[in-house]
Structures are given as structure tokens and as C-alpha cells.
Design a protein around this ligand. Sequence first.
Ligand code: NI
Length: 177
Amino acid sequence: MTALPILIAPDRRLKTRCKSVDIVDDAIRRRLDQMLETMYEAPGIGLAAPQVGDERRLVVIDVSREGDLPAPFKLVNPEITWMSDQTCLMSEGCLSIPDVFYDVSRPERVRVTYLDESGTQCETEADGLLARCIQHEIDHLDGILFIDHVSMLKRNIALAKMKKLKAQRAGKRSAKD
Ligand code: NI
């Protein structure tokens, strides 16, 4: 299995509302494993399906610390059912917006329902980095990027940086051809 290419913003496919999964079958499980491999290789702590050009409501997360055992978390059709009134600021980044980090305010705790990889309905409550990551990834499924939560000035700076990065990468590719 090889890692999938990760889309870089701005990209229409990152602004799409993804579709719910009807049945968690082998194809879905394979896709979740591919997404995990892609996330670990990047490396990152979360990845949503639209970042690899897949318009289904799939998310993978692993917020375990370096040196600890991996703790892969796979979520199908995740949905936030409760969030705390208490919010907090945390620095966020995104594999689709490399090398850009901004403080984003979000609820501190959330409750989320999802299907696991066997198709079983699950519910969990999260705080700290995991709560942060769950909200960031579910945003992706609704076509929302973390730079949509900051000022227009910051967002425009980030997008200009990404356009430059994409031009550089395209240049490198054509030089190799
Ligand atoms: Ni992201």
C-alpha cells in the first residue's frame, strides 16, 4: 500500500460537502487504512477524506505522543452531538496548508458519534488535542478549512503562500519531465 497524494488548498475538492457512507465494507476499510498510512507518512495527526480527493465522510486521527504506541482512530460519518460552552485557543495546522499555523478558538470538549470500521455506532467524549483534532477534521467533511476560522487577512496570506507553493511544485515536476 502506498500513501496517497494530499491536496493543497486552494482546491475546489477541499470546499465540498462530503457524502455519508451507507455501508462500512472492505472498500471503506481499505480507504481508511490508506488514509492512515498517508497521515503517518506526512506526518500528521489527522486526515479527512477530501484531503485525498475522496468525497465521503471518513476521518483518521492519531494524537498519541511520539515514542508511545500508535493509537489509530478511524471515524465514519462522525457527527458532533454536543460541545462545551467553554472555548480555548490552540495553534492549528493542516496537511493541506503546509507550514501555516494559526491560533483558532473552538469548544474545549465535544461529544461525537460515528461508525467504527466494523460499522458499529459509537459515541465518545473528547477534550484537549483530540477534541481539537475531531473538530478540525469534521470541518473538512463540510468543506471548511481552519483558515476559515481566522481573519480574512490571515486567510489571504495563507492562500497566497499555498499558490506560491503549488507553482513551485508544478515547476519542479515539469523540470523533471
Ligand atoms: Ni486539516
